[in-house]
Design a protein around this ligand. Structure first.
Ligand SMILES: [Zn+2]
Length: 126
């Protein structure tokens, strides 16, 4: 193992406080938030379980970079909105499309600066 890799090799978390692995050396059950999301999962109640540390030479962001890992075994399926939440969202969006002047659903979100549908705004201007 190279010196840099050894510096970031701390599975027990003695040096860094949480288990730490060098780039590409983390166990397979530890995943980043993005990896969980790609699998349709979310961390659930768990906090960060471990981290990957690596040295970056990228311009503008030099130094040690970290990626936080979550345990896939504690992960839960992603939440999808309940029917009631869906209904509430649909209602809120309908309200944003409904003109207070003529009371019609304009079919688009009303421009904020007008506060009415385009037809009513033109009628007022004319
Ligand atoms: Zn209108």
């Amino acid at each position: 193992m190279s010196r840099i890799r050894a510096a970031f090799w701390d599975p027990a978390g003695k040096r860094y406080g949480i288990p730490t692995y060098p780039w590409r050396m983390a166990p397979a059950h530890l995943l980043t938030l993005r990896q969980l999301t790609a699998m349709g999962l979310r961390p659930g109640g768990q906090g960060v379980q471990a981290q990957v540390l690596w040295r970056s030479r990228r311009y503008g962001a030099p130094g040690v970079r970290a990626a936080y890992l979550y345990d896939v075994r504690f992960a839960l399926p992603k939440r999808s909105p309940s029917p009631r939440q869906r209904a509430a969202l649909a209602k809120a969006n309908a309200a944003r499309r409904t003109c207070p002047e003529c009371g019609r659903d304009a079919g688009y979100v009303l421009p904020r600066h007008l506060g009415t549908c385009l037809d009513c705004a033109e009628g007022v201007a004319a």
